[in-house]
Design a protein around this ligand. Structure first.
Ligand SMILES: *Cc1c(COP(=O)(O)O)cnc(C)c1O
Length: 401
């Protein structure tokens, strides 16, 4: 028995992706995640400086975190074989939730297997068909999916455009929305832009709306104590719901969380579907995250090194003649424009020993293709300088410079 139509549709879809030059390949790494990694190529292993991981604080391979994971596994076991509410909550999980909420300034936190799940979980239990979500047009896919899973009405405002936010809120109110929730990424991952959360929270207040921020690219790396975009803008107390990941700056393992006032978290524990119907975090993951949060909270020197590296990379590339999107975040978009030229630059960089991914439509707007770099506290100055030299060589080789 076979449905030939089904399989020929799959083939056609793959062919279309290939023809449009949108096929994503997985490069196979032969080493742990670090500032420099081994990558498997047809010619054998190649060592490259890694400028495309979310390993902002350089904790992905930190020996203290590995030790914490190992000892948590030894003390608490390999797995719980249960969702949280049946028999899947250990003191370890409660400690991690406590540490996260205390650090970020909330009454409570709730863990998920990923921030994708956290964003998928929050909207449906908290909002009904009478309510409205006012969402930035560049919000992460998981926010878009989470809103879709709820009955709330969705209003989209143009990325970072505060007057469009006002119009969207006004429309939602005119349509009779009961609760309005404004939701934004704390950092937009393709641009490294940090939204104007002062204006955003002012506008939300003026319209009686709640505010939710997804701080996946912010928690641990920006703001005082690494408390994220709200703290960076000085308005963390105005953010009602915060989601974040353990899979980026905080050790890069996996896991996500929601922070909010206690009753909000209490209701999510009763109703959030990825919490109710999906396995608890493994002890090794939770133990590693507790140590990662401790380090992120206390080791300011990692944030200093991260931002110094980002600054060095920015000024070196600007001096070399590249066009960067301006910004204050260690995400550094090198703007190329043309998709094919972007691919060529990324390939040439790889030959020159730099691992940096090119992004084109539909991930970024047509004509705005770019190579996106991410600095890390793990880089040293010599690696940054080598990367800049590789950019000069690759830029000339591809005719971009
Ligand atoms: C990475 C990311 C996510 C997903 O986080 P995971 O923990 O990897 O599922 C969600 N939102 C934003 C803004 C992200 O950058």
């Amino acid at each position: 028995m076979s449905d030939t139509d089904f399989f020929s549709r799959i083939d056609a879809a793959l062919e279309a992706i290939e023809t449009e030059g949108l096929t994503k390949i997985e490069r196979i790494m032969t080493t742990p995640q670090s500032s420099e990694v081994g990558v498997s190529t047809p010619e054998g292993e190649k060592r490259v400086i890694n400028l495309c991981s979310n390993n902002y604080l350089g904790l992905a391979n930190d020996p203290r975190i590995i030790a914490a994971a190992r000892s948590a596994m030894e003390e608490w076991g390999a797995g719980l074989a249960s969702v949280r509410f049946i028999c899947g909550t250990q003191t370890l999980h409660k400690q991690l939730e406590h540490d996260i909420s205390a650090w970020l300034g909330y009454e409570d936190a709730l863990l998920f297997a990923a921030c994708f799940d956290a964003n998928g979980a929050v909207f449906e239990p908290l909002l009904g068909g009478e309510d409205a979500v006012i969402s930035d047009s560049l919000n992460h896919a998981s926010i878009i999916d989470g809103i879709r899973l709820s009955k709330a009405r969705r209003y989209v405002y143009r990325n970072g455009d505060m007057s469009d936010l006002v119009s969207a809120l006004t429309r939602a109110r005119e349509d009779g929305a009961r609760t309005c929730l404004v939701v934004t990424d704390g950092v937009f991952s393709m641009d490294g832009a940090i939204p104007d959360l002062i204006s955003l929270t002012d506008i939300a207040r003026a319209h009686g709306a709640l505010v939710m921020v997804d701080d996946c690219h912010a928690t641990g790396l920006i703001g005082p104590e690494g408390r994220g975009s709200g703290a960076y803008r000085g308005v963390s107390d105005r953010i009602d719901i915060l989601t974040g990941t353990l899979g980026k700056a905080l050790g890069g393992g996996m896991g996500g969380f929601v922070c909010a006032r206690a009753p909000v978290i209490r209701l999510l524990r009763q109703r959030a579907r990825p919490y109710l119907f999906s396995n608890t975090l493994a002890p090794a993951i939770a133990g590693a995250a507790i140590e990662a949060v401790r380090i992120a909270r206390t080791e300011d020197e990692r944030r200093s090194r991260l931002h110094a590296n980002a600054g060095r990379l920015r000024s070196g590339l600007t001096e070399a003649g590249f066009t960067l999107l301006p910004g204050e975040h260690p995400i550094i978009p090198v703007m190329i424009g043309d998709a094919a030229a972007t691919l060529a630059l990324s390939a040439s960089l790889f030959r020159h020993g730099v691992y940096a991914t090119g992004f084109s439509f539909p991930v970024v707007p047509r004509g705005a293709a770019r190579v996106r770099l991410q600095a890390s506290a793990a880089h040293d100055e010599a690696q940054i300088d080598l990367a800049i030299a590789a950019f000069r060589a690759a830029g000339q080789e591809t005719g971009i410079l």
